[in-house]
Write a protein of this length. Structure first.
Length: 266
């Protein structure tokens, strides 16, 4: 996925989140028998085993918690099956776990620690609907993908969802293209530091692609994206280098001032 490193950070946050009282209250099932380990306790055990490197034990405890409705355990299992992390990769199982999270927690309060994981589940589902899952009932469905991205982008304000929704408005896999909406969603995601959105928006602005040309502003976004790019983001570096080579000295100077102002505000 294009947001793999962001997902990795979410995964780390999920495991360190086990000590959060809020996480326990938000995701732990009610009415547990006193003598039974609670879903949250099972999740804690699984998280600790995972961080200790015992992924087999982690899966056992996470499965126990997930079967009893613990959303964080469901999300973590979804990520593990999606990435083949400690288990054999199985996108159909990952899809099922992400679906459980999305179905049960779509109305959770936005802008909380918990909601980041719910939003990420919607983004994962959107990507699965875009491409489908081979040898499964999950077929490509661009309209459904748009629904997943749109919900997470609008309700949860998730920057990865906003970027993916913008891409759909650019590429129009379901026949719906809208450059103005694409630029709007890219702007929202870019302002939250989503580097793919920064790069795509920067290219559009620098070259005047379906939006009014703003070369210095475009170079600013490309510079920020390039500064945040990782080893798998070679395309971002290429976009930045192309724009920087074409920019005038005035463009570079103004873009540099914009970047400095951006960094100062963060």
């Amino acid at each position: 996925m294009r947001t793999s490193d962001r997902v990795s950070l979410l995964g780390l946050a999920a495991l360190t989140f086990v000590a959060s009282v809020g996480g326990a209250c938000a995701f732990e099932g009610a009415g547990q028998k006193k003598e039974q380990v609670s879903p949250y306790q099972a999740f804690q055990t699984g998280a600790r085993a995972y961080m200790a490197g015992d992924k087999a034990a982690a899966v056992t405890s996470l499965l126990d918690a997930a079967k009893r409705g613990h959303a964080m355990a469901q999300w973590k299992l979804g990520r593990m099956y999606a990435e083949g992390d400690g288990v054999e990769r199985d996108d159909a199982k990952a899809f099922d776990y992400f679906s459980q999270v999305a179905n049960a927690h779509a109305d959770d309060e936005p802008y909380t620690d918990q909601s980041r994981f719910v939003a990420n589940a919607f983004v994962a589902l959107g990507n699965y609907y875009l491409d489908g899952v081979p040898n499964s009932p999950i077929k490509p469905d661009a309209s459904r993908a748009r629904e997943m991205f749109s919900y997470a982008a609008s309700y949860f304000g998730d920057p990865d969802a906003q970027y993916n929704l913008a891409r759909m408005y650019i590429d129009g896999p379901d026949g719906e293209k809208d450059p103005r909406q694409a630029a709007r969603w890219l702007g929202l995601a870019a302002n939250k530091g989503q580097r793919e959105a920064q790069a795509v928006l920067g290219r559009m602005l620098f070259n005047g692609i379906q939006v009014p040309r703003q070369r210095a502003r475009g170079l600013m976004w490309l510079t920020l994206a390039n500064n945040a790019a990782g080893p798998g983001d070679r395309w971002i570096g290429q976009l930045y280098e192309e724009a920087n080579a074409q920019a005038s000295d005035e463009d570079r100077e103004t873009a540099g001032a914009y970047v400095a102002a951006w960094n100062k505000d963060r």
